[in-house]
Design a protein around this ligand. Structure first.
Ligand SMILES: Cc1cc2nc3c(=O)[nH]c(=O)nc-3n(C[C@H](O)[C@H](O)[C@H](O)COP(=O)(O)OP(=O)(O)OC[C@H]3O[C@@H](n4cnc5c(N)ncnc54)[C@H](O)[C@@H]3O)c2cc1C
Length: 542
């Protein structure tokens, strides 16, 4: 069957239209089209490559993080403010697989505490016990195989790195020297510590969610239509029910009719599409002249992400290129509050992450050749779940970017966490295992590390983001409209036939990167749609 990307007749009705073939959207499209009677359309603003050859080697290379390269053609860039005085451009994948195609390939489950917190907030289907079968079903864990905690049949192949690189071995030994426990499987919910990173980079290939869930044989299903280069502009809502999506292609706008619309355009675009469709905070919509379909104050009002700083160090030797992945080891630890006396309160189990890169930052941000002997970075992130961000619509014109404020460092706790993270990283680099391989940290020095004010200033000047945005359209009960815009299966409160399925729905960012959880969201919501007798199916008399 010939590929239908961009060539199929599009003015017809689909049972389900999925907007965004990204991390979660790929899962939705694949799982929903497993039922041959359901007609599924997935549209994406970016291209939809077929199989590994379609992606090409650069997008699959596990030594690269394409999203770290400014203006990479497979990304879109979103202007944001990390703090009121720190503007930033946040990338998102704009291609089949979405951000999983341009990300770091770290594939770590959220913590049990995250799932149970979300469940306690009125989403019982998200308790750890209830999601564990989905976590097993989505993966093929090449290290652990089938078992009570892991699966061996899912589309996402997962493997952990080996400490066979001198820098990775030094990190492991330094973590032991400082007394941190081993954490050999970061997906098993054991106490946090040092361990290898579960990753979807296999034999040097980042197997993104699109490649994993929508290979050519799935894209060729007769009941699945996949169209790239289609940018959704808004959802059509008639009499309280979503009936389709307005899509732009080749300078033309047209409506696609749908029994159900699922928005999977990512945590920065999905809330925008909702607001452009009249679903959002009433005052914001009225200010820009968008007719209110549903006053949904929770849309964009308190999102969550992980602030990050990078520390570099200079290796003494010129090492060979790491084998297959840029990821070294990873230490999760619990902060003390960041005071020199260590008296503050911690933010939960493993609320700090120190992630090692085995390739220089210059390589990650340019995609150029690895500079042998160049400085190597540690990515230090405060990963406590915190709702500090806010996004607001600025215009009824869909091409005008949202106003997006991350609200980083607005609290003493996050400042303190990052202080802890920087000091522990510096201590690791000063420890005996690193002495043999490193010239020491390239900064900050003792004159900064030993003074809270100086270190706070250094952190402000070096602040970045882990790009883990969650919670822009949070899930929860309908009677809590200030906190919840969708229910636990992504159904938009007050609008029939419309769901959200991406990291927007998480009430806050988990204690770990959200890529694995984005895939889980696709699995959970696809199952909910397949089990829901009220969902349209082809046999419905319509
Ligand atoms: C550079 C980078 C590195 C990261 N590294 C990691 C990591 O190593 N580990 C980790 O856990 N997390 C990482 N993350 C975060 C993680 O990858 C994302 O949180 C996750 O992939 C988001 O999945 P999603 O389904 O919510 O959205 P996405 O995967 O971003 O999917 C959104 C899709 O919607 C499409 N789209 C957008 N707008 C429209 C529109 N108007 N019409 C039609 N289609 C549209 C996009 O093209 C895209 O395909 C990283 C993120 C970035 C940007």
């Amino acid at each position: 069957m010939p590929p239908r990307h961009g060539t199929a007749p599009v003015r017809r009705r689909y049972d389900v239209v999925v907007v965004g073939a990204g991390t979660a959207g790929s899962v939705l499209a694949a799982r929903l089209s497993e039922d041959p009677d359901r007609d599924v359309l997935v549209v994406d603003a970016g291209p939809l490559p077929r199989g590994p050859a379609g992606f090409g080697p650069a997008l699959l290379d596990g030594l690269l993080v394409p999203g770290a390269q400014p203006n990479h053609p497979a990304t879109s860039a979103h202007p944001v403010r990390l703090t009121p005085t720190r503007p930033w451009l946040v990338p998102r994948g704009r291609v089949l697989g979405g951000s999983s195609t341009v990300n770091g390939g770290y594939f770590v489950r959220a913590r049990r505490e995250d799932f149970d917190r979300w469940a306690a907030a009125g989403n019982p289907a998200w308790s750890y016990e209830r999601v564990l079968p989905f976590l097993r079903a989505l993966e093929n864990d090449l290290d652990h195989g089938d078992g009570p905690l892991h699966g061996d049949r899912g589309p996402m192949r997962i493997r952990r790195g080996r400490p066979d690189h001198p820098a990775a071995a030094a990190f492991r030994d330094a973590a032991h020297a400082l007394g941190f426990p081993d954490d050999p499987d970061k997906n098993d919910q054991a106490p946090p510590g040092f361990g290898p990173v579960p990753s979807n980079v296999i034999d040097g290939v980042r197997r993104n969610a699109g490649l994993s869930y929508l290979p050519p044989e799935v894209l060729d299903r007769p009941n699945l239509t996949a169209l790239g280069g289609r940018t959704a502009r808004r959802v059509v809502v008639e009499n309280g029910r979503a009936t389709g999506v307005v899509v732009e292609h080749g300078g033309r706008r047209f409506a696609l009719d749908a029994g159900t619309v699922v928005l999977s355009a990512g945590a920065l675009v999905t809330p925008h599409l909702l607001q452009l469709s009249g679903i959002g905070p009433r005052a914001d919509l009225e200010r820009v002249g968008i007719p209110v379909v549903r006053d949904a104050p929770a849309v964009g009002s308190g999102f969550s992400d992980h602030p990050q700083v990078v520390l570099e160090w200079a290796p003494r030797d010129v090492w060979r290129e790491p084998s297959g992945s840029w990821l070294g080891g990873c230490l999760h630890l619990t902060s003390t509050g960041g005071t020199l006396a260590g008296t503050g309160s911690g933010g939960g189990p493993g609320d700090l992450e120190i992630l090692q890169s085995l390739v220089p930052l210059s390589h990650l941000v340019t995609g150029g050749a690895v500079t042998a002997g160049g400085p190597l970075p540690f990515l230090v992130s405060a990963v406590a779940p915190r709702r500090t961000g806010r996004l607001r619509i600025r215009s009824a014109d869909p091409t005008t970017p949202l106003s997006i404020d991350y609200g980083y460092l607005g609290s003493r706790e996050d400042q303190g966490r990052l202080r802890d993270g920087v000091r522990v990283t510096a201590a690791l680099l000063e420890s005996p295992p690193f002495a043999g391989v490193a010239h020491g940290p390239l900064g900050p020095g003792p004159e900064v590390l030993d003074h809270d004010d100086a270190l706070d200033q250094w952190i402000r000047e070096h602040l970045g983001t882990a790009q883990h945005t969650c919670g822009t359209v949070p899930m929860g009960p309908a009677d809590e409209p200030r906190h919840a815009a969708v229910d636990q299966f992504g159904r938009v409160h007050g609008v029939r036939g419309l769901r959200v399925a991406d990291t927007s729905i998480l009430p806050d960012a988990p204690h770990r990167g959200p890529a694995a959880t984005a895939v889980l969201i696709g699995e959970v919501i696809a199952r909910a749609i397949r089990n829901d007798p009220s969902e349209p199916c082809p046999r419905d008399p319509r």
